[in-house]
Ligand binder design. Sequence first.
Ligand SMILES: C[S@@+](CC[C@H](N)C(=O)[O-])C[C@H]1O[C@@H](n2cnc3c(N)ncnc32)[C@H](O)[C@@H]1O
Length: 331
Amino acid sequence: MGSKYKLIPWIHETLRSFHFDSAFDAFSGSGVVSFLLKSMNKKVYSNDFLNFSSVISKAVIENKSDHLDKNDLSNLLDMNVNSDNFIQKTFGQVFYSKNDLIFLDKVSHNILNLTSPYKQALAYTALFRSCLKKQPRGVFTISGNLDKYNDGRRDLRLSIRQHFLEQVTIYNDTVFDNGKENASFNLNVFDFSQKMFKPDLVYMDPPYVPPSDDNCYIKRYHFLEGLSKYWQGEEIMEHTKVKKIKKKFTPFSYRKTAIEAFEQMFDKFSESTLVLSYSSNAYPDLETLISIMKNHKSNVDVRTKPHQYHFGNHSTVSRSKVNEYLIIGLD
Ligand SMILES: C[S@@+](CC[C@H](N)C(=O)[O-])C[C@H]1O[C@@H](n2cnc3c(N)ncnc32)[C@H](O)[C@@H]1O
């Protein structure tokens, strides 16, 4: 949800016209914008307050050389280990088949025996992607008998183990060294200060106050967030059908708090070039955001691109056709 994957060529086109050596992707999500920045040979700081997102960045942004080799893979796939069975116990009848759940318990155990934190992050990243592919519609809001979603797609036919083998190869191929010391963080954006670091450019893609429904990332991805730490320190809301964990408050998601949050964030990073991704169906509107950014930057420029969002397969046309903006603040 909210991935800028399809907009990467346009974001690239825009960013390449600025001179900068380091960049902070403050809301990294899938990590795709951080990956663009890394590919542009920038020093990249990648951050998300969700642990699973920061694990992805550790694997593909911070990591410059570690791959999962044959030996790692055979250790990861060892199903004779004596693992905990938390996932089987908790998610039986909720998500996946029994064999998939046993696989997840065993691999989670084996990942922790990998000695390199980068190899661990790569294995988790491959596992997250496998879980997403195997889950109908790629979100963890639906559970139980999911036959109605089964259109015979290969992604749904493959076991999580089969997906995992493919994803390990795919993610191994994403690892490269761009000659910079890139870093992945797992913090609330408001916990950063320009005393810690001063990136030349800050790219911001916060969640939007949605027109209706809500845009909670935990609601959709709670299973991956839990898996990324084997639910250590997370409280499962037992009364929920899908065994959710608590949502994380972010001021960007609410009308009452969003404007003040933008004010604070632009102020915090006012010494850097600011680049905000925003869309026409969100609150506050473009004019408001431009005027807030003008409080901190003397030059504010907007690039616009019409875009059609495809999320799940039930979004209405009016909801999915939007203008995407890049609001750029320079001195
Ligand atoms: C729109 S998504 C970013 C998508 C990303 N640019 C991509 O292309 O995949 C917003 C992200 O912001 C994160 N987030 C929300 N509030 C945050 C906060 N206060 N601090 C850090 N991250 C936050 C969410 O976890 C989510 O991953």
